[in-house]
Design a protein around this ligand. Structure first.
Ligand SMILES: NC(=O)c1ccc[n+]([C@@H]2O[C@H](COP(=O)([O-])OP(=O)(O)OC[C@H]3O[C@@H](n4cnc5c(N)ncnc54)[C@H](O)[C@@H]3O)[C@@H](O)[C@H]2O)c1
Length: 256
């Protein structure tokens, strides 16, 4: 195995692991030797994934974790320590989008939902992950978005929450660098996961996707593997000096 992508003997925690980026990342890290602690609110999707991974000989624990609950976020870390003895990597990936809403129609309820899952999930997650990594070091990847790096028309509350993820990322990175904990954020452009192809962003999908693709230099949306490859790079044992970064993976959108 390429030593840059060899995670043998390491334990990785992934939230939102039942679908999209989280699911693919679990498969990629598992086949590269990592033991996995997977959490999601959708156990109907998470349990079969965990069973399939276990059948492949991958060490895996799956539990219901609603990342808006501090108790659930702590339970993920407790499970990693109890079952595998240490936590080396954590990916705070669970997230929700809201449908396209003009700014003057945004509501407090929509913002609250975004903050509860997309912001608190990352803060609560890192709080316990960092505590577990304090002596041994580790790598954390938070999933922000291109909407966290700049304005994002009609997804204003999501954009605010994803900007907050970058603030949390940079703060934790600076605070715990001396503990050898690296914290980075990945910022994808629209990518073909269930969130975009089937969820509340899929209204008028063909027209909207064509419009979004036309604004991208590569003239297409991303594929999940293209984002997960960058997450693997961020977690790589060879990537020891990258810290506190928010990296766009966007086909060149941010280069305009
Ligand atoms: N797909 C994109 O275009 C895109 C772009 C930028 C950022 N993102 C971010 O990537 C991350 C993963 O999204 P995805 O595209 O794979 O979407 P997805 O909908 O396929 O997967 C998200 C997963 O998170 C889970 N989840 C939702 N709320 C949760 C909660 N409260 N607690 C625990 N799990 C919860 C869902 O059940 C689902 O399994 C999200 O943070 C999303 O905001 C996605």
């Amino acid at each position: 195995m390429d030593p840059l992508l060899d995670f043998t003997g390491k334990t990785a925690l992934i939230t939102g692991a039942a679908s999209g980026f989280g699911k693919l990342l679990a498969e990629e890290l598992g086949k590269r030797g990592a033991a996995l602690v997977l959490g999601d609110v959708n156990m109907d999707a998470l349990n079969p994934l965990a069973d399939t991974l276990a059948e492949q000989g991958i060490k895996v624990a799956a539990l219901r974790c609603d990342v808006s609950s501090e108790t659930d976020c702590k339970a993920m870390v407790d499970t990693a320590l109890a079952q595998f003895g240490h936590l080396d990597m954590a990916v705070n990936n669970a997230g929700i989008a809201h449908g396209f809403i003009p700014f003057d129609q945004l509501t407090a309820e929509v913002l609250d939902q975004q903050v509860n899952v997309n912001v608190k999930g990352v803060m609560f997650g890192m709080k316990y992950q960092i505590a577990a990594m304090k002596e041994s070091g580790g790598a954390i990847v938070n999933v922000s978005s291109m909407a966290g790096l700049g304005g994002a028309p009609k997804i204003g509350a999501y954009s605010a929450a994803k900007h907050a993820v970058i603030g949390l990322t940079r703060t934790a990175a600076v605070e715990y660098a001396k503990r050898n904990i690296r914290v980075n954020a990945v910022c994808p452009f629209y990518t073909h996961t269930p969130m975009v192809d089937e969820g509340n962003l899929s209204e008028n999908k063909d027209t909207v996707h064509a419009m979004l693709a036309s604004g991208c230099p590569m003239k297409r949306l991303g594929q999940p593997q293209e984002i997960v490859t960058v997450m693997l790079m961020m977690l790589s044992p060879g990537n020891t000096y990258m810290n506190g970064q928010a990296i766009a993976v966007d086909g060149g959108v941010s280069a305009f």
